[in-house]
Design a protein around this ligand. Structure first.
Ligand code: GDP
Ligand code: GDP
Ligand code: MG
Length: 285
């Protein structure tokens, strides 16, 4: 919160200060209504608690942001008692689905859950290869596909393979592209249905991957994907860049979706559970 530190350096709590704090939230891609609501709540808290010490504003502001994630945060991936669990990764092209799958597989494998990666993005041969590469790197099983084959049948094969090979979790990649949105959503619905047909339940997680750099556009993506695919949680990627991901506050407030994973680099180990306090801290740096 370096920027905030600078503002607070002036030593007075006045309207100008609140305006500047609101501006800082907007700069971090928080949507305008959310930013306004946070600052209003902060103002109230400062008033009712009779806070006069400027330095306390910072921790109060952090609390206001943290509070908005309460009950929704935590890694909390939901595994089925009956293996294999199926986690589906959805999101638009380039957000980091494939990379996130590779990193998560690494983490899960380390804790003794055997992962199988399913190449459900069959649109490009390179996408299939990329996932295969992550499978090798993370020490996971892999079910590939022919380019242009049906992603739903890839998932079907993957679940069967997971059973046969004694894997605990299937991490399924999907394509982020289609010639139109309706087609993409129909394809994802179909993929999701396979789990029901084979295992008698929905995918245990449908993780919507969002790029921290996309700002308010991420809100629209979240609305579209949640409407179509029964998203159970979010992964926020590329927080290692200049982006702050403030859009996330608005998304979880509107859609009540927990943030389950945070990606902060391209390496195998660059994935962690979401921490609301840390998120609030980084928002203004
Ligand atoms: P997909 O199209 O959604 O599968 O996206 P990819 O997994 O192929 O990622 C797209 C690009 O973003 C690749 O160059 C990745 O290396 C990069 N990427 C993914 N996650 C992160 C991250 O957390 N940090 C950084 N810096 N780059 C990332
Ligand atoms: P680009 O110009 O390379 O981005 O390709 P387009 O997105 O215009 O797509 C070209 C063709 O590929 C279209 O006719 C689409 O039907 C098809 N296509 C695009 N994305 C996907 C996808 O995710 N899955 C499948 N199966 N087909 C796709
Ligand atoms: Mg991909």
């Amino acid at each position: 919160m370096e920027r905030v530190d600078k503002m607070l350096g002036r030593g007075v709590i006045d309207d100008g200060l609140y305006d500047e704090l609101e501006e800082a939230l907007l700069q971090a891609d928080t949507n305008i209504n959310t930013a306004h609501a946070i600052i209003e709540d902060l103002r109230k808290a400062i008033r009712t608690e009779k806070i006069v010490d400027v330095s306390e504003i910072k921790s109060r502001l952090k609390d206001e942001i943290k509070y908005r994630f309460e009950g929704l945060s935590g890694s909390g991936l939901s595994f089925s008692p009956e293996a294999p669990s199926v986690f589906l990764f959805v999101g638009v092209n380039g957000v980091g689905k494939t990379t996130t799958i590779g990193k998560l597989a690494h983490r899960l494998n380390k804790t003794g859950r055997r992962c199988l990666l399913a190449a459900g993005d069959t649109f490009r041969a390179a996408a299939i290869e990329q996932l295969g590469f992550w499978a090798a790197k993370s020490g996971s099983e892999f079910v590939g596909a022919q380019p242009d084959s049906d992603p739903a049948s890839v998932l079907f094969d993957a679940i069967q393979a997971a059973k046969g090979r004694g894997c605990d979790v299937v991490l399924a990649d999907t394509a982020g592209r289609q010639h139109n949105k309706a087609n993409l959503m129909a394809e994802l619905t179909k993929v999701s249905k396979v789990t029901n047909r084979v295992l008698g339940r929905n995918p245990d997680e449908v993780i919507l991957v969002l790029d921290a750099n996309t700002g308010q556009n991420a809100v629209r993506q979240a609305e579209e994907f949640t409407a179509a695919t029964g998203v159970t949680g979010l992964a926020l990627t590329k927080v290692d860049g200049t982006a702050r991901g403030g859009a996330l506050i608005g998304i979880q407030e509107k859609l009540k979706l927990p943030v389950k994973l945070v990606g902060y680099g391209e390496g195998l180990g660059d994935l962690k559970p979401f921490d609301a306090g840390e998120f609030a801290n980084n928002l203004f740096n």
